[in-house]
Design a protein around this ligand. Sequence first.
Ligand code: BGP
Length: 492
Amino acid sequence: MSFKKEFLWGGATAANQIEGAYNEDGKGLSTADVITAGTYETPRHITWKNPKTEETGYSELTFGGTRVAPEGAQPAILDGEYYPSHIASDFYHHYKEDIALMAEMGFKTYRMSINWSRIFPNGDDTKPNEAGLEFYDHVFDELNKNGIEPLVTLSHYETPLNLAIKYNGWASRELIDFYVNYARTVFNRYNGKVKYWLTFNEINCMDMMPFVAGGLVDGSLQNRAQGTHNQFVASALTVKLGHEINPDFQIGQMLAYSQIYALTADPADQLKAIQQMDDTLFYSDVQTGGHYPNSRLKMYEREGVKLDDRPEDYELLAKYPADFLSFSCYTSNVVTTHNDQAEDAGNLQVGVKNPYLKASSWGWATDPYVLRIALKTLTNRYHKPLWIVENGLGAVDEIAEDGKIHDDYRIEYLQENIKSMRDAVTIDGADLMGYTSWGCIDLVSAGTGEMKKRYGYIYVDRDNDGSGTLNRSRKDSFYWYKKVIRTNGEDL
Ligand code: BGP
């Protein structure tokens, strides 16, 4: 037997990419709701409206320490542009049907996020929005009825927009209290319904997408460093709080893991690869060990970054590490100092083309060893239980003449990746809690805002421009994954 009996097989999504219903039942706007082109970039402007005076306006997104919108104004959607998150896959109205399909596949767990802006529409409200809380009651009840254990991300690119506009997002220490208050509200409300939690999705992504991941209107290095520090502290406080509310809660940290290889044996390339891995692992180093590595402190010193920190921050970090370390991992990347030998990988991630690997249409290389290497690296460095909470292939799916989707390319990717993960467990002894592949139901891509970059076992009839019936159907990979779960990963 390769995987433990209670291994948690399932799939993963995020509220802003699947739910839709962006302004229903009292929900406020989140950072994701104002991304039109669906890129990680900060939008050019934010629109606002004063509910009392009806005055509306646009504000250029530059944040000079003052409010972007006038006092009393609220973020608002004013024009007719297309925002992918607004309807997305409409899980908000299809959740029963979707959970039934997950149950049919045999899911043991479902990773989802609570949309912070559904619970606290402005982020700094004194009272939560009851209708938002009720929606997740229904979702968790439905999951529990179907024997599916929820794994809930508290923050997955859903920072209330008001917090971005008013406080420059996570650059402000005030966000720590708002977030912990939100965590307290949902921990108390769903105590008994949810056991597994994640504090911040891909905590290391603030550098790449400061607005979406950190609510930073001004994403300078200083603000990104401070935003990250504030999220570390908020995460530790949340672990402390969660265990006080229910000692059985399992609260994890979450890292975007991409393996970096050196293109050549030139030590300069090797050093570059090590340095980039250190940049990624800095986040889990702090969240696990409680202190900043010297190389990071030196970099801050060189760049003139000054953290607004307190001695008690570090006590908290050391005392309340997460219970487990979860991570996303899709691909690997290559770096080199030899520009003449480098061929652009053509993807969102840093890097150079790997001559040994084939890549997806979006340039993400399929690496049959990456999960094993990731699990080995994280095990050796942290000795913690691990959970792969995102992995998968984004691809264009065509409907064949028989009306079905024959996604053998997806099955092939997943077979290679699950084999690699199985080797990490059986050969290297990684302590792996579960595997939730990304986008088990087709959803909006975070990187491009497209629907056509699909990851799902379940097809959703919706196109890039927002057309489509939203009907669900089973792809070939649906039946394949069902078999994988039934045999606990033995029959791939
Ligand atoms: C991760 C995010 C997810 C998801 C995934 C795939 O970074 O946590 O939200 O979207 O990447 O990326 P993309 O949607 O760009 O294909």
